[in-house]
Design a protein around this ligand. Structure first.
Ligand SMILES: [Zn+2]
Length: 388
């Protein structure tokens, strides 16, 4: 039983601070009203976890990078920041004889499923490398999906519901991204050659019969999430940005051909945001060659990770403990709402998925471990009810 709970003042002040970076981000026009940052905590002699090191605060960069998934959490987990975090964790191991370390990940808003997958993969990576104890990774968010939709206009809720549905039945025809399996005979010639070239896993993105990008697994040098599948999506958006397309984050129903047979949650969620229409898993040609595939977490297969993440915040196999600050002031989203020349991007055009039935099913799964709602600060009854 985990009886640890992050210190209220630390997380509340921390969220208020990073929210100011999100305000600047909105005013600069680089992206949406969201920010995130990692804090490394170490237990002091009195048994209290205190901030030992703070990593750079990152903000949403969808507009500046032209990539649908360049959310604040994604930016807070960029390779150079993860390398710095690893170095800090390594040093703590050396400097302290019995290190009691926790990572606190603050996000100004409830993470989407792509970001939540990245956070989970990161936590699992640190644990598997002996840098962190299991469940010593705490995520605290400020704005809920409901806040983000009603104030900033981004409808994350429907994407999350669709993600849960995809984990339950990947061939459900009503999914936002259709999932299919194909034999090589059923795949266009021009797709097969780049898909099965090279030793590292590859993915090919096709629109109207033409290849618009090819991705190769670049993890390691390019961090934890540069899988072939994600790289193909990101390359396509980078190319559209270079050609000054008005909405480089929107890949307009393209088809992603992959050779990873065990679909991972990151590919699906990134595909949702990039607005692709279909992911086709191509079964390898029958030539006896074993083709490398993507496995996104070091300690479990993709399907198991997908199921665990889609099972919400309280699955016992979850690598991250999730909390909500019900007293978050949410300045950045209000700044965004009042910005007359704001440029909306993927997530704003989706239909609202709020219904009583949806809410009940979703909230049962995605209820934070604890909601910080001190009576003195006058938190809304709806939020207080959610965590009860
Ligand atoms: Zn996200």
């Amino acid at each position: 039983m985990n009886d640890y709970r992050p210190d209220y003042f630390l997380l509340h002040e921390g969220l208020a601070d990073i929210d100011l970076i999100a305000v600047s981000n909105v005013l600069s026009g680089k992206g949406g009203p969201f920010s995130a940052a990692i804090f490394v905590l170490v237990k002091d002699e009195g048994g209290v976890y205190k901030v030992h090191h703070q990593l750079p605060v990152a903000a949403n960069a969808v507009l500046s990078l032209g990539r649908a998934s360049a959310h604040a959490e994604d930016q807070a987990l960029r390779p150079h920041i993860l390398r710095e975090t690893e170095a800090v964790l390594e040093k703590i191991k050396t400097d302290f004889r019995a290190p009691a370390t926790r990572l606190l990940f603050l996000s100004s808003a409830q993470p989407c499923m792509a970001c939540f997958s990245k956070i989970a993969i990161c936590a699992r990576s640190f644990v598997s490398r002996g840098l962190l104890q299991p469940r010593h990774f705490d995520l605290v968010y400020g704005a809920t999906y409901a806040d983000t939709e009603s104030i900033a206009g981004f409808k994350d809720y429907g994407y999350a519901l669709d993600f849960v549905k995809a984990a339950q039945n990947r061939f459900d025809p009503s999914l936002l991204v259709r999932l299919e399996t194909a034999m090589v005979e059923g795949v266009p010639e021009n797709v097969l050659a780049p898909l099965f070239a090279g030793k590292a896993p590859r993915a090919v993105l096709v629109q109207s019969g033409a290849i618009i990008s090819v991705g190769e697994d670049r993890r390691g040098a390019a961090g934890l999430f540069a899988t072939a599948e994600c790289t193909a999506l990101h390359n396509a958006s980078a190319d559209l940005l270079k050609r000054r397309a008005p909405k480089p984050w929107d890949l307009g129903g393209a088809t992603l051909y992959v050779r990873t047979q065990d679909l991972d949650p990151l590919t699906y969620a990134e595909g949702q945001w990039a607005n692709i229409g279909k992911i086709v898993t191509v079964l390898p040609p029958d030539n006896g060659i074993a083709y490398a595939q993507t496995q996104v977490a070091p300690d479990c297969h993709n399907g198991a990770l997908f199921a665990t993440i889609a099972d919400g915040y309280n699955n016992p196999k979850s690598s991250v403990a999730v909390y909500c600050d019900g007293t978050f002031e949410n300045r950045a989203q209000n700044t965004w709402a009042s910005k007359l020349d704001r440029k909306m991007y993927n997530g704003s055009e989706a239909e609202s998925a709020f219904t009583q039935k949806n809410c009940a099913a979703f909230d049962a799964l995605f209820r934070p471990c604890f909601l910080y709602a001190p009576a003195a600060t006058g938190v809304s009854p709806a939020l207080a009810k959610r965590a009860s």
